[in-house]
Design a binder for this molecule. Structure first.
Ligand SMILES: [Mg+2]
Length: 448
């Protein structure tokens, strides 16, 4: 805990849904649900208009449709979310060199590392207000809620107090007054199971925990967990803001315009990605021990699997073989929309012939075409399209050989709706997410 309120936490409001409303004027002010639109889909983000009807993240799309049948259900455009996220992180880094992103739409900023005249409440409040305006400007209108406090824990609690589009600065010395009446579940690490256990022993609020002795909490929850929790209940949190380290892994990921359902095709795609990763490792004169794959299923759930090898590698066959084996651990029967391969645990030297014998027989790098095995319609609701005559728009719906498009963009007003045959050559599905390359961990899982 610091003496001054110099830890800032920024959280974009209903991020995926807000990006959709920005780019689709007809959806502004209306319930929007982004997530898996298929039978087993899950809600990633609901706009505030949809939350009024009880739609929440991680709820099944089936239930969301029952609660809010008139919402727009969109399958999401990660390229747009990633672009907006980069814009926001750039604004934060303009303010301070110490920025710690937690996900695409959330980050801590260390104001003590910023160039400010002082860290008094008045100053940091003004800084936070300007920051929110700068984020809105840089992203074309996205709003964020900001909390500023003396620790990460308090800053995160503060940013949750005034959502959406709000700002809370917790003045130094007032932390406990704020915390005490809150339920124990506000403390990080207190999930539903721990909360239930605490409740059963009579601890409902942070104040209850604060009054307990450390020994009592440790007896209840074990040493590691109990100790940390007891400290947080007293507002004690000295975790520093840690800037993201650069290029701790090298990875490649691709989003596919159509779900890939054929296993052999998936393996071929992973093999090709492994070759790209190996090439980039070699170029950077690096090698790594841990191979990770990232798989996003048709219903938006994302998983990653890793295997750490005995020794560092930059060899395409070793990476490919490991990646294909890891794919065996993921149930992909419903099809995948994204695959990625990464290598981490980098050592900046190249290990020659660690697997010498195995490399003598080079496996050919399979060049498989994308099989036409789409299960989900390629015209995903919400996807960007362009028509040679009507211009840019988005898929409003499709079925029975017809695709319906609303022609509008962030810059236009609400636009007209028109329908076309799915094989109309004038209508083209855009997918800027294809062949996206990134240097961040393939395990990053956007969680708005
Ligand atoms: Mg958010």
């Amino acid at each position: 805990m610091r003496r001054e309120a110099s830890v800032l936490h920024l959280d974009l409001d209903a991020f995926f849904a807000a990006v959709e409303q920005r780019d689709k004027p007809s959806l502004r002010g209306r319930p929007v649900v982004v997530g898996g639109v298929g039978g087993r889909g899950v809600v990633a983000t609901a706009s505030y208009e949809a939350r009024v009807f009880g739609v929440r993240s991680a709820m099944s799309t089936r239930e969301a449709r029952a609660r809010c049948p008139h919402a727009a259900f969109l399958s999401g455009r990660f390229h747009a979310y990633r672009t907006a996220s980069r814009q926001v992180m750039a604004v934060l880094r303009d303010l301070s060199p110490l920025v710690e992103p937690l996900s695409l739409d959330e980050a801590f900023v260390d104001l003590a590392a910023a160039d400010l005249p002082d860290l008094g409440v008045e100053t940091v409040t003004a800084v936070a207000r300007d920051l929110r305006a700068a984020v809105q400007e840089a992203t074309g209108g996205l709003t964020a809620t900001v909390g500023v406090a003396t620790s990460k824990f308090m800053a995160k609690i503060a940013s949750d107090l005034d959502k959406p589009d709000g700002l809370t600065v917790v003045a130094p010395g007032t932390e406990q007054d704020l915390l005490r009446p809150m339920p124990v579940a506000v403390i990080p690490g207190v999930g539903p199971a721990t909360a239930e256990r605490l409740r059963a022993s009579g601890f409902r609020t942070v104040a209850d925990l604060e009054q307990a002795s450390e020994a009592e909490v440790v007896r209840l929850l074990g040493k590691a967990h109990g100790h940390g929790l007891h400290r947080l209940a007293h507002g004690l949190d000295d975790r520093p803001v840690v800037a993201e380290r650069e290029a701790k892994s090298i990875s490649v990921e691709d989003t596919y315009a159509e779900d890939v359902t054929d296993r052999t095709t998936m393996e071929g795609l992973l093999t090709r990605q492994a070759a790209t990763v190996a090439r980039r490792l070699a170029k950077a004169r690096q090698s790594g021990r841990t191979v990770t794959i990232k798989v996003r299923l048709h219903d938006f759930t994302t998983s990653s699997r890793s295997q750490t090898l005995d020794a560092p590698t930059d060899h395409p066959q070793v990476i490919a073989r490991t990646a294909r084996a890891l794919l065996g651990e993921v149930d992909t029967t419903g099809g995948v929309r994204l695959l990625g391969v990464g290598v981490s645990g980098l050592a900046d030297w190249i290990q020659e012939s660690l697997f010498g014998d195995e490399h003598d027989e080079e496996e050919p790098l399979t060049e498989l075409p994308l099989a036409e095995t789409s299960r989900r319609p390629a015209w995903a609701p919400g996807a960007d399209v362009v028509h040679s005559e009507h211009g840019p728009g988005w898929v409003w719906g499709s079925g029975r050989g017809v695709v319906t498009v609303r022609f509008e963009t962030a810059e236009t007003g609400p636009g007209p709706v028109r329908s076309f045959a799915v094989d109309d050559p004038a209508l083209v599905l855009l997918d800027p997410g294809r062949h996206e390359e990134s240097d961040d961990s393939p395990a990053d899982n956007p969680s708005p």
